[in-house]
Design a protein around this ligand. Structure first.
Ligand SMILES: Cc1cc2nc3c(=O)[nH]c(=O)nc-3n(C[C@H](O)[C@H](O)[C@H](O)COP(=O)(O)OP(=O)(O)OC[C@H]3O[C@@H](n4cnc5c(N)ncnc54)[C@H](O)[C@@H]3O)c2cc1C
Length: 537
């Protein structure tokens, strides 16, 4: 196994895309699961996993050893066909495979993992599984947790084992084992049985959640199985390191049509969402007036990154939007409901039916009849974060209220309260609001000058206010990006003391010496947020 203490490598591993910087002692690059196990057995410090390092929460940052997978453990090992009663196919992958390469391998068989995140060109499978990522197609297809079948893992004593769905008799056999694995099965099963009501009551009420340990996912009552891989998913490398995953895949639909709604009056938002969702959009996304104005302002820069022909075509396509800005008619939100079907006629039919369902609301709407027509909306939606980051010098993209979720039925009350809060800080940060409107999942990533102490104060002051509001409306602090350094301290507020005690007990049984990614999920403090924030831009 290669080990590096080279300053440039350490510096790179000290950052992800969060607000934080933590210098590690060394970086280990294992070639296989046996080397991972050796490292765990011999460690005198902590071990924190890193795949592509695009995490926004500080998840892959820590002070001990960083175990990095993209150098060697970067192969899709197999793409397998459908199994009766299961997914359309399966992939066996290592954690260091970039999603873009993973998708090439699965698309060669006409299949995809539909929970891919917006960072699909940058991130790797290690983070997709360990953050329980979701993205634009999660509305229809769910998050990564749904596609986890099996995980080969290294436990905190170096044991190599595979977590997968076990029948009651297979579980009983695991529970009699006289080792750490047996102890984990005994204690987790007992915890789930004794606290079944408490755990069920704390199952998130929103359709996306990446916060906490997913104790509610382990038992499948319909199939009568017990699968610890479902707990490792989303646990940010705090319980075990995974070395090989079997993931379910689906056959994507071929054709798409989009209903675009230009919304001036937020009061109508819950009605729109409740009327559009029954038509089954594959994705239902949104971006706000700030994003829209920035996109028009930076249109030349955005177009210059594309080839000439595409830029020329998109430039013309954007003309009506530019006119909207010039004439002051910018909508408060732009909503994009995309319908996917096997034929273009079916997709158009659905988009038109959804449009008709909104006819009496007096809205400006538009149908984009194919993917070429809807491309410009996707570019603004996908590129808004990058646009901000690249074009405003001295300002730093600061994810700290970047990923909360509220039930869509609460938009009328929630959004004005949120806007009131954000308005109080508008002279201290530039921000855009984009999100998965169908799931109630919002991304707000302000741009701030973090060399100013008052900017850090905003992070410490505004985040608790936003999360308090989110929790008041029955939401969760993170739908996709996970807890990391930035949100671990809010878990007690979100789940309460009894569930926190179960999370702590879970961590203790898997990792009694606290070697895996300490300070994430349990044990993280508000002092960590202040201390680990980057010092300068
Ligand atoms: C522009 C942008 C857009 C984004 N959009 C989305 C989005 O739409 N949805 C979304 O979910 N996220 C999004 N993210 C966040 C991030 O890109 C994703 O969560 C991504 O899946 C992380 O993958 P990664 O390979 O970079 O993981 P890393 O950052 O390397 O790691 C993420 C976490 O996984 C753990 N980990 C990695 N490998 C292993 C392993 N083998 N065993 C145990 N633990 C492991 C790490 O310790 C860390 O806690 C976005 C980020 C950016 C910069």
């Amino acid at each position: 196994m290669d080990i590096s203490t080279d300053q440039a490598d350490l510096l790179k591993a000290s950052r992800d895309t969060s607000l934080f910087q933590v210098m590690p002692q060394e970086i280990a690059y294992p070639k296989n699961v046996e080397e991972m196990s050796e490292l765990v057995k011999s460690t005198k410090t902590s071990i924190t996993a890193r795949a592509a390092g695009t995490d926004m929460s500080g998840g892959p940052l820590n002070s001990g050893t960083i175990i990095s997978f993209t150098k060697y453990m970067n192969k899709v090992l197999e793409v397998l066909p459908a199994q009766a009663g299961g997914f359309d196919g399966y992939a066996i992958t290592e954690p260091g495979v970039f999603y873009r390469d993973f998708e090439k391998a699965t698309l060669a068989k006409g299949l995809i993992l539909p929970s891919y995140p917006a960072s699909r060109e940058l991130c790797a499978m290690g983070g997709i599984v360990s953050n329980n990522s979701g993205g634009e197609r999660t509305l229809e297809y769910g998050k990564t947790e749904k596609y986890i079948e099996e995980l080969e893992v290294v436990l905190s004593d170096g044991t190599i084992t595979t977590f997968k769905a076990l029948s009651p008799s297979e579980l009983a056999m695991k529970k009699v084992k006289n080792d750490l694995e047996g102890e984990i099965y005994r204690q987790v099963d007992e915890m789930l049985t004794e606290n079944a009501t408490l755990i069920e009551a704390h199952r998130p009420k929103v359709s996306k959640n990446s916060a906490g340990y997913y104790l509610w996912n382990i038992k499948d009552p319909e199939k009568n199985t017990f699968n610890l891989a479902k707990l490792i998913c989303g646990s940010q490398g705090t319980l075990a390191l995974w070395s090989k995953a079997k993931l379910g895949l689906v056959k994507p639909k071929e054709h798409r049509a989009m209903l675009v709604v230009f919304l001036h009056d937020l009061e109508k938002l819950p009605t729109i969402v409740s009327r559009v969702l029954p038509f089954g959009p594959e994705s239902f996304e949104s971006y706000d007036d700030h994003t829209f104005e920035l996109a028009v302002r930076f249109l030349p820069q955005m177009l210059s990154q594309m080839g000439f022909a595409k830029a020329a075509r998109l430039g013309i396509d954007f003309l009506p939007e530019a006119e909207l800005v010039l004439t002051g008619g910018v909508p408060k939100l732009i909503l994009m409901a995309e319908f996917a079907e096997d034929t273009i006629e079916e997709a158009d039919k659905k988009a038109l039916a959804a449009q008709a369902a909104l006819a009496d609301l007096g809205l400006k709407t538009k149908i984009e009849k194919n993917e070429r027509e809807s491309e410009k909306y996707w570019i603004v939606r996908r590129e808004s974060f990058a646009l901000l980051r690249k074009n405003l010098r001295g300002m730093y993209a600061s994810p700290f209220i970047d990923d909360f979720v509220v039930p869509p039925s609460t938009y009328t009350q929630f959004l004005p309260e949120l806007n009131k809060l954000l308005d109080q800080y508008k002279d201290k940060m530039i921000y855009t609001v984009a999100g998965h409107i169908g799931n109630g999942n919002f991304h707000i990533i302000p741009l701030m000058d973090l060399s100013k102490p008052e900017s850090k104060q905003v992070v410490l002051e505004l985040a608790p206010k936003v999360y308090e509001l989110v929790i008041k409306y029955g939401g969760t602090t993170t739908g996709e990006h996970n807890d990391g350094i930035i949100r671990t301290p809010y878990l007690p507020m979100l789940f309460g003391p009894q569930m926190m005690a179960l999370f702590e007990a879970t961590k203790k049984v898997f990792d009694p010496k606290n070697i895996f990614n300490p300070g994430k999920k349990v044990g993280g403090t508000f002092a960590d947020i202040s201390a680990k924030m980057v010092a300068t831009n």
